[in-house]
Unconditional design. Structure first.
Length: 155
């Protein structure tokens, strides 16, 4: 109404009202991340897919996946894997293909590090599985820690 009383002509007011506003509101949607201790991918692959889609997760962190992880992929997801210390070990981080994911190379067993873009801010996912028999040394991770981390897994 302030435009009306400002003394503009009707055409001026209509032009003002019809001009598209370039200040679109930022819509924020939750980022669902599923963390699941699989214990052998071969017997639980379908369960993993069902959990991912039922929880509407964009990212999945799966621990103790075993060596059969590559025999089954999650549809519409890109998977990153790091070998474990035994045949049942290993970690998979699955990222929806609607997000840009970059795998960060590391030689840390049972640890996958992935940078995720395509959100309002970049985040770093650190998927970890440390069995009870493995020495837990966080010193090796310090160079990978950033401001926007999401460390998750079974420690």
């Amino acid at each position: 109404m302030s435009e009306w009383f400002s003394g503009n002509t009707i055409n001026g007011i209509l032009n003002l009202w019809e001009t598209p506003n370039n200040h679109s509101k930022c819509q924020q949607n939750p980022l669902n991340i599923l963390n699941y201790h699989v214990q052998e991918w071969g017997t639980r692959a379908l369960e993993v897919v069902e959990l991912m889609f039922n929880s509407d997760s964009s990212i999945g962190i799966f621990t103790e996946v075993g060596e059969l992880w590559k025999d089954f992929t999650i549809p519409h997801f890109k998977s990153f894997y790091q070998k474990g210390t035994n045949s049942k070990g290993g970690v998979v981080v699955a990222v929806g293909k609607h997000l840009k994911a970059t795998h960060i190379d590391t030689n840390i067993e049972n640890t996958v590090i992935v940078d995720i873009e395509g959100l309002t801010e970049q985040i770093r996912i650190i998927g970890i599985y440390w069995p009870q028999c493995q020495l837990r040394n966080l010193e090796g991770l310090t160079s990978f820690i950033t401001e926007k981390n999401y460390p998750s897994g079974r420690l």
